[in-house]
Design a protein around this ligand. Structure first.
Ligand SMILES: Nc1ncnc2c1ncn2[C@@H]1O[C@H](COP(=O)(O)OP(=O)(O)O)[C@@H](O)[C@H]1O
Ligand SMILES: [Mg+2]
Length: 239
């Protein structure tokens, strides 16, 4: 039996495999990792590290021989690939090997997104999927009810695909909300909140596990560092 860390024990036993987040210090806060078949929201203001978090999660999967998909709704794939190089993550190598699929999804062809993502998962046998960022939905739908329906449908379509899905949502600075449109956090299985606080010369990043179904987790905020290897959760409590 693997030793379950004291910080987070699984409530109902692990019917599904736990998948490492790739972020040092995080897995022990979430019962050993994300649950296969579940969908998680990585939320926070702009520049808090959501895209970096997603890249690091997929890079970890690639190192374990998994196939990974990145659906970018905001940034161009070449920009994401280029930014990842700073951390020594050579995504291009895995694109060439057909282990990493990164696609720009046109937000104005959103109607199709759910079936497009599901199809890609089936075709490639991917085990880790990222959709970054769902905030762009706000640009596409005029009616709030249409937006919520589309977002809800996307989340439902990605749930139970046998993969771990990370979805990002950018919240406005100083917002107490957990997601941009207020539906995402209810439908997903877990929410991780990233924050950035800059006070004068001092700045600090933090991470909080705000919701994690089937997992006993704390809701303390932890300091989050960015080094040359990417993000890491520190032992110290954050603000
Ligand atoms: N090599 C690096 N060293 C330190 N900080 C970095 C590095 N690369 C990116 N960052 C920080 O991470 C932030 C970008 O994170 P990103 O994942 O793009 O944010 P988000 O997707 O939440 O908007 C930048 O604003 C910068 O502060
Ligand atoms: Mg981003």
């Amino acid at each position: 039996m693997p030793k379950v860390p004291a910080e987070a024990k699984t409530k109902t036993g692990d019917a599904h495999k736990r998948v490492s987040s790739g972020i040092p210090g995080l897995d022990k806060l979430i019962g050993g990792g994300f649950l296969e078949n579940d969908i998680y929201l990585v939320t926070g203001g702009t520049g808090t590290g959501k895209t970096l978090f997603c890249c690091q999660f997929l890079w970890d999967g690639l190192q374990k021989g998994e196939t990974c998909i990145y659906f970018s709704l905001e940034e161009l794939p070449e920009d994401i690939i280029h930014d990842a190089e700073v951390f020594g993550w050579d995504f291009q190598k895995y694109i060439d090997k057909k282990k990493f699929i990164i696609e720009y999804a046109d937000p104005f062809e959103m109607a199709d997104l759910s079936s497009q993502v599901r199809e890609k998962i089936k075709q490639t046998g991917a085990t880790r999927v990222v959709v970054d960022s769902t905030s762009i939905f706000g640009m596409v739908f005029e009616k709030e009810s249409d937006l919520r329906k589309a977002l809800y449908n996307l989340i439902k379509a990605l749930k139970s695909t046998g993969t771990v899905v990370l979805m990002t949502s950018e919240i406005l600075e100083d917002s107490k909300a957990l997601s941009r449109f207020g539906v995402e956090e209810f439908v997903v299985d877990g929410v991780i909140v990233l924050s950035y606080l800059g006070v004068g010369e001092v700045s600090s990043r933090s991470l909080m596990v705000r919701k994690m179904r089937r997992t006993d987790h704390g809701t303390d905020s932890y300091m989050l560092g960015i080094t040359k290897d990417g993000l890491s959760v520190k032992k110290e409590k954050g603000l």
